[in-house]
Every structure is written in C-alpha cells, then in structure tokens.
Design a protein around this ligand. Structure first.
Ligand code: DX5
Ligand code: ZN
Length: 331
C-alpha cells in the first residue's frame, strides 16, 4: 500500500460554507484520505451546520469515504436519511438521551461502519455496553461544537490507547479516531497513541497554508510517533506490511477470502477506501502479507479476473433491478 498507517480525515467545518463542493474537491486534491462531516443541530451542541441533503450533494462530488460525525440529540430518528445520503460511516455521541444500540444496529445493517464519540469529560467506560456493535471509537479532544479550539492533551493520553483496547476483540477493521485540535504540533503525540484516523479541521483551511503539505506533515508525524512508541507493545495491524490483492463487493470479498485462506495464506478483509457500489456500500479490500504477495498472485490471479468480472455483472444487475445507482456520478 506504500503509505504508513495513519489516515487523515478532513473536517470541512472551517471551510467556506458557500462552496463546500469545492472544499471537498480541494481536500481530495490535497491527498486527504476521508472527508469528516460535522453535523450539528443547535441542541446537542450550541452550533448549527448541515444535514443529510448537504451530505448527499457532497457524495456526488468525491469518491473519498464520507465519515459523518453527528452532534445531534436524536440520531435514531434521522439515521435512515444519513445512510441514504451515502455516508460510509456514521458516528454519534454516547451522551444522547435515547437508546443507542438500535441506531448502531441500523448503521451496521446497512453495511456501513458504526461509531460512538465521547466528549472530553465522558469516560470511555460508557462505551463498554456497545463494544460488540462498534467499528469506530471517536475520542473528542475538544468540546464539540466549534473548530479551531486547542487540543486537550490529557484527554488524548487517558483515552486513546484504552480506546484501542476497547476494540481489541475485533480482529480487523475497527478504528480509533481522534477529533479536535489536530495539526502538525499534536499529530506525533496522537500517532504514538496508535490512533488510526486523525481528524483535521482548521489547520487545513488556514489562509496561506499549503493544504497538501499540511496533510503530508500530519500523516508523517503521526506515523513517526507510532514507530517510536510501538503502541506500548501491542501493535495493531501493520498496514504498511500488507498489500492489497483485490477489492470486491462484500459478498464476493468474503468468498475470495475463504478461498485464499484455504491455501494457508492469511487475509485481512478491510472496509476499504475502494469504489462505491450502486447499493451505496464500498468494495472491501483483501490484504495479504507482502511476503506472500507473489505467491498469492501466482495462485489466484486467474480467479481474481473472474471475481472482478462477477462483481461487474453484479453491479450491472443491481442497476438494472433498482433503476438508478445509489451515488450520482461526480462532477
Ligand atoms: C468539533 C468537530 C471537529 C473539529 C475539527 O465539534 O467535531 O471535527 O471542528 O476542527 P479542528 O481541527 O479545528 O479542531
Ligand atoms: Zn468532528
């Protein structure tokens, strides 16, 4: 895969709201890995941003994964709209006053990643009842509501490694996100806490900053921090030592994984950054250890062609049966 392990999600909260489509394109060109969408309802937090219609419109402007961060009182009531809008993951807050499990279940049933976020003063233990339903734990290192606040280092120190621990029962695919005050000053520290996704907002939109350079710096510093600390002796998946063998829709990916593993080659199946299928769910990536990459190609290259052809046929059939594709063409 070439890249190190840390990924940058661009929060567009501090971008020009009169031109969010362009902001997303700009972030994409600057090399960010995801778009982080801060939804605020003026109740859960004292600020108001945008909702599912805006997200749906942005979905048509980029192929990057969209991570929704819902800072709203009643995610359960609106979850269908956010899933329809084409979010790849939906994360909401554990501090809300309504049942949490049904909403997490709805997100997972739609094939998207489900997450819970915790405010700085909320203990991680509040997430424990939902462990089995979590793909993402989002640790807030500022009070939610506004961009440009300063990073709360003690919160990061207290929560990031325990958050990874909370997800340790998941063999692959689960992610720790850190949100709030991330920039080149703080990236190395959170990288050392083995965080997977660094949400970066205001640092990207500061006038005069070269966004691409900012993204590269944040990623490189986070990776460097990680290398130094080696995650307190519990390294998560070293993604830089695995290579992507293929990307397929989920049902085909599962079958391909079983077939490759039957020959003794270990496979990691990751909710990928790959193409979006007409049903709105992204392809899954199949990763094999770099050391057996050529062996995998030798054994399965032909089958891979067949799987890819089957995937195309499945996509075409989906469009035929359901009328239109889920996500409109970019542009
Ligand atoms: C805060 C949001 C964040 C944040 C990121 O409520 O969830 O995504 O604004 O912006 P910076 O990087 O400026 O803290
Ligand atoms: Zn956020």
């Amino acid at each position: 895969m070439g890249k190190g392990r840390a990924r940058v999600a661009a929060s567009i909260l501090d971008a020009d709201f009169a031109n969010l489509g362009y902001a997303v394109k700009r972030a994409e060109r600057a090399g960010v890995d995801r778009i982080h969408l801060d939804v605020m309802d003026g109740h859960f937090v004292p600020n108001l941003t945008f909702g599912p219609r805006m997200i749906k419109a942005l979905r048509g402007r980029t192929e990057l994964p969209l991570d929704a961060h819902l800072m709203i009182d009643e995610p359960g009531r609106h979850i269908g709209e956010y899933l329809d809008a084409g979010c790849d993951s939906v994360t909401f807050h554990v501090e809300i006053g309504e049942p949490i499990a049904p909403t997490l279940e709805a997100i997972r049933a739609a094939g998207r990643a489900a997450g819970l976020a915790v405010k700085p003063r909320t203990p991680l233990s509040e997430l424990e009842p939902y462990r089995e339903l979590l793909d993402i734990v989002m640790v807030m290192t500022v009070e939610p509501g506004f961009g440009g606040q300063s990073f709360m280092k003690e919160v990061a120190r207290d929560k990031l490694l325990p958050a990874r621990e909370l997800l340790s029962h998941k063999a692959f695919g689960a992610e720790v996100h850190v949100d709030g005050g991330i920039n080149r000053e703080t990236a190395e520290f959170v990288g050392a806490q083995a965080v997977d996704i660094l949400v970066v907002g205001s640092a990207l939109w500061t006038k005069g900053h070269d966004m691409g350079r900012e993204v590269r710096l944040v990623r490189a510093l986070a990776d460097e921090g990680f290398q130094y600390q080696l995650n307190g002796g519990r390294p998560p998946i070293p993604r830089d030592r695995w290579s992507t063998f293929t990307s397929l829709p989920k049902h085909l990916a599962k079958r391909a994984m079983d077939e490759i593993e039957a020959g003794g080659i270990p496979v990691i199946m990751l909710r990928g950054d790959g193409q979006i299928n007409p049903d709105g769910v992204r392809d899954y990536e199949l990763l094999v250890p770099m050391s057996v990459e050529s062996l995998t190609v030798e054994r399965h290259a032909e089958a891979r062609d067949a799987w890819l052809a089957e995937a195309d046929a499945w996509r075409a059939a989906w469009v035929r049966d359901h009328g239109t594709a889920h996500a409109p063409e970019p542009g």
